[in-house]
Ligand binder design. Structure first.
Ligand code: HAM
Length: 434
């Protein structure tokens, strides 16, 4: 062990666990890509003002959790705590808002929040996100929710719940806020909660403490204060979700931790995660562009935390298939075989097979242990004598069955066995055509 450890609140991704993390990232990104979302990558840091103005000064994220420092040029820089404000900044800078709308973008990367570490809460974490900028069409809200929901279900997760709410807009929210402030003023709250009630009263609804919750039972709810346009928008989103077969739970107390949200808000929660139960979330942010000095640009999006999704998979005992996991492990025995194996394995990989080699002179027993550990379905043993015969010994690691395979057909034969009948049929067709 070295003197150094990963910084507090962070952890390293190391094989084999890192394969699951990567597979989750790829799987969550696959659907947005298929739905016309283009890849966007912004820097890991931004001008601090992007988050102060975009996410909101009164949020915990901005007031407590940002990694902010002055760079050598005296600029205030912040490691990104989230992806939406940077993506909108980038889209405005590139003039995308003047082109065809909506602009649909997806991303995947590292985010940083100075939080107290606990299970599912880290100072460095990874999100996959999708954003659609420039349309207030409720069908777009439904498309995005469906993409996230299907992505999580596609991983096999069955214990997620989707919570849905509307936070209104600049017409109805101020009126609701005033009603809520009035209500909160009559409660018995500690000083800090009272301060929060003044700065960001909606966040008080999200308080997890039983003594606060008990007092909030009769709190006014935003759903009862939506203006006609917000009500119609919310109803339309719900109808589209019903048509898509997406299950959701109306949660009139759902308030997310970032200030830019308007209208639709949602969160995916998982019951196997303990107190950090949110796997991901999102919503509309119709005013964010204007907060960043841009034109009106109604938009909607989400981000899913990859770290927590991996924990949820573990909680459900699920494994995600790793497409690059070793399929064929090749063991050379003898000097000539060792030389022949180098191009042979290259050929297997070019043919689309995930293949690895027993490097170094470990002897048959040591090499077979390597084969076991690799998880390969087949082990190919090539001795100098096999080389003379032009064949290798191929062992099916599950059944123990062993067959000789001609070296010049090795890639094709292995592909047939690995990919099953589809390839066999293709091979049969090819032979029949000859
Ligand atoms: P968020 O709810 O702050 O939303 O973060 C989304 C997800 O990122 C969380 O549900 C969680 O899984 C993960 N996450 C956040 N903080 C941590 C942490 N400290 N450790 C581990 N995972 C964490 C946003 O970031 C918005 N930008 C989502 C969005 C996109 N809204 C509209 N478009």
């Amino acid at each position: 062990m070295s003197t150094f450890r990963a910084p507090k609140g962070t952890y390293d991704l190391i094989p084999p666990a890192s394969a699951t993390h990567l597979a989750v990232r790829e799987s969550l990104a696959a659907l947005p890509r298929r739905a016309g979302y283009g890849y966007v990558e912004t820097p890991a840091f931004e001008d601090t003002a992007v988050f102060v103005r975009g996410v909101g000064e009164s949020t915990d994220v901005v007031s407590k959790e940002m990694y902010t420092f002055d760079d050598k040029g005296g600029r205030s820089i912040t490691l990104r705590p989230e992806g939406t404000a940077p993506v909108v900044r980038a889209a405005l800078e590139a003039g995308l808002a003047q082109g065809q709308l909506p602009v649909k973008l997806w991303y995947s990367g590292s985010y940083y929040r100075y939080e107290r570490m606990q299970r599912g809460r880290y100072r460095h974490f990874v999100q996959v996100g999708a954003e659609a900028l420039g349309s207030d069409d409720p069908a777009l809200d439904a498309e995005l929710i469906w993409l996230a929901d299907s992505g999580l279900r596609g991983l096999g997760l069955g214990r997620t719940r989707l919570l849905l709410n509307s936070l209104g807009d600049s017409t109805c929210r101020p009126l609701y806020r005033a009603a809520l402030v009035d209500f909160l003023a009559g409660l018995d709250l500690d000083d800090e909660t009272r301060r929060r009630a003044e700065i960001n009263p909606l966040r008080v609804l999200d308080d997890k403490r039983a003594e606060v919750r008990a007092q909030l039972v009769d709190a006014p709810l935003i759903v009862d204060h939506l203006c006609d346009d917000c009500r119609a928008h919310h109803d339309a989103v719900r109808t589209y979700l019903d048509d898509l077969g997406v299950d959701y739970v109306d949660d009139p107390r759902l308030v997310r931790g970032l200030d830019y949200y308007t209208r639709t808000t949602f969160e995916f929660v998982h019951d196997g995660l303990g107190s950090q139960s949110a796997l991901g979330g999102g919503g509309r942010y119709d005013g964010l562009s204007e907060s960043l000095g841009g034109p009106p640009l109604p938009s909607v999006g989400w981000a899913i935390g990859v770290d927590r999704t991996v924990l949820a998979l573990e909680a459900e005992g699920l494994e995600v298939a790793d497409p690059t996991r070793c399929e064929v492990y090749v063991v050379p025995l003898g000097t000539a075989a060792r030389r022949r194996v180098v191009p042979l394995v290259a050929e297997l990989r070019s043919a689309g097979i995930a293949a690895d080699v027993a490097y170094g002179d470990r002897g048959l027993k040591g090499a077979m242990r390597g084969a076991d550990r690799s998880g390969a379905r087949f082990t190919v043993v090539l001795g100098d004598r096999d080389l003379d015969a032009g064949a290798a010994q191929c062992k099916d690691m599950a059944s123990g069955e062993q067959v000789a395979m001609p070296l010049d057909r090795l890639a094709g034969d292995l592909l047939g066995r690995l990919r099953g009948s589809a390839r066999d049929t293709a091979e049969d067709d090819r032979k029949a055509a000859l």
